[in-house]
Design a protein around this ligand. Structure first.
Ligand code: ATP
Ligand code: MG
Length: 427
């Protein structure tokens, strides 16, 4: 036998038993985003490598060691997108969506990062994200956080912690950076290799280190709050006051700097303790500098991205899901009635758009067909044997209730099934 080919390490199949939970999440997200007037944007999974180098920053985990980059047949360096914001900004600029306009957008799709696979960390994973352009005030920051909070409510997810911080303006960060470098320089011997390298190139990223040996050192580092000017302070307190008014609890986390370079002012994460180390299910913030950095006109921007695998794991841990929609009917057909069964099913589907029915294909004895009918979860088995065919009727056998089997004429069948579907929606 030929050797079996397996999926790429860190890339997963989502099997039919799991997809109802995914669909519940995706449907809910779509509905909530729509209710806030956010519109969906779809961009390619491949972009020029340069886009990510210039947006995410050269000295980041993603660009240094996580990107799936390759040369295509023309010798262009392309990269499978590791995140959605860069492509979103590129698409908006390229299509003139940012010219004197406010935009509220969202996206979803697979992202790719060559990380060490573990629970909650994969090489292909799904993100759903939201971005708002052209608004610089704290009101939109607040709206974006309120949307995320509503998502958890509508998904039935409780127990997430909102952590929030501000990174100030680039100037304020410069002052802080100097203090931070001073602090780490004095403790150079306690830094790990990555952090030593970042000490000069990107010291703030040291705060984002995942190395537990560095945790204590990082916890005692100076705080950016002390370097904030009047405006940044006011911006930040407008958000925290808004959260108070909305009754949304939050924790100030001065160590929260986010993995990507392009953030400014507001940053936030939603964290769960249900998933072990990979606890951040949603992360976002303001990135006012990015559009200009990519060659566009300076445009204020804010957004967040959710890790869908992690959220699905939370739904699973909390046993939250919309049950998969059960079949209404399973059509059992006698050998000679195969085609007639499919045609009958077509006319029923035409008449009843909400009908969920499976037709037995591939033959089988009545006994084995009834077994399949039972396993299908259908409410009733409809039976089309030679006798029923001749008499223009079907047998109806209840699979989940103790009821007498009956016969229903073809012309009464639509009415019969309508009642079944109606009963379901009244429940
Ligand atoms: P982490 O700190 O967990 O590495 P990150 O800062 O790299 O996350 P972002 O780039 O902000 O993550 O992505 C937003 C969200 O996408 C994360 O909060 C997380 O839920 C999810 N995510 C990021 N990387 C992965 C991955 N490799 N596998 C699964 N989900 C991921
Ligand atoms: Mg990461």
């Amino acid at each position: 036998m030929a050797k079996k080919i397996q999926a790429v390490r860190g890339m997963h199949d989502i099997l039919p038993d799991e997809t109802p939970r995914w669909q519940f999440l995706e449907d809910t997200v779509r509905r909530v985003f729509q209710s806030y007037a956010y519109r969906e944007l779809r961009t390619p999974v491949l972009e020029m490598t340069e886009l990510f180098k210039r947006s995410i920053g050269e000295v980041t985990d993603i660009v240094e060691k996580e990107m799936y980059s390759f040369e295509d047949r023309n010798g262009d360096s392309l990269t499978l997108r590791p995140e959605g914001t860069a492509g979103c900004v590129r698409a908006c600029m390229e299509n003139g969506l940012l010219h004197n306009q406010l935009q509220r957008l969202w996206y979803q799709g697979p992202m790719f990062r060559h990380e060490r696979p573990q629970k909650g960390r994969y090489r292909q994973f799904q993100q759903i994200g939201l971005e708002a352009y052209g608004m610089s005030g704290p009101d939109i920051d607040l709206e974006v956080i309120l949307i995320s909070a509503r998502l958890w409510r509508e998904l039935g997810i409780s127990g997430l912690e909102l952590q929030i911080n501000t990174l100030g303006t680039p100037d304020e960060r410069k002052a802080y950076r100097a203090r931070l470098v001073g602090y780490f320089q004095e403790r150079r011997d306690q830094l790990d290799e990555d952090s030593r390298r970042r000490l000069n190139s990107n010291p703030l990223r040291i705060l984002d280190s995942k190395n537990p040996d560095m945790a204590e050192l990082i916890a005692a580092a100076p705080s950016l709050m002390d370097d904030l000017g009047e405006e940044s302070r006011a911006h930040f307190s407008a958000i925290t006051e808004g959260l108070d008014a909305a009754g949304i609890a939050y924790v100030l986390n001065p160590r929260l700097v986010r993995g990507l370079d392009y953030y400014s002012r507001t940053v936030f994460e939603w964290v769960t303790d249900l998933l072990g180390a990979q606890g951040t299910v949603c992360a976002g913030g303001r990135y006012d500098g990015l559009v200009e950095q990519l060659g566009g006109k300076a445009t204020p921007a804010i957004g967040f991205a959710m890790g869908v695998e992690r959220l699905v794991a939370v739904l699973e841990a909390l046993d939250q899901a919309r049950p998969a929609a059960a079949l209404h009917a399973y059509l059992v057909v006698a050998g000679s009635a195969g085609q007639a069964g499919l045609i009958l099913a077509e006319s029923l589907r035409n008449a009843l758009p909400g009908l969920r029915m499976q037709v037995n294909c591939g033959g089988g004895s009545f006994k084995s067909q009834f077994k399949r009918a039972d396993r299908s979860g259908a409410q009733v088995a409809l039976i089309l044997g030679d006798d029923e065919l001749e008499n223009h009727c079907v047998g109806v056998k209840w699979l989940r209730q103790n009821r007498e089997q009956i016969r229903v004429n073809h012309d009464a069948l639509t009415g019969f099934l309508t009642e079944m579907i109606g009963e379901e929606s009244r429940e």
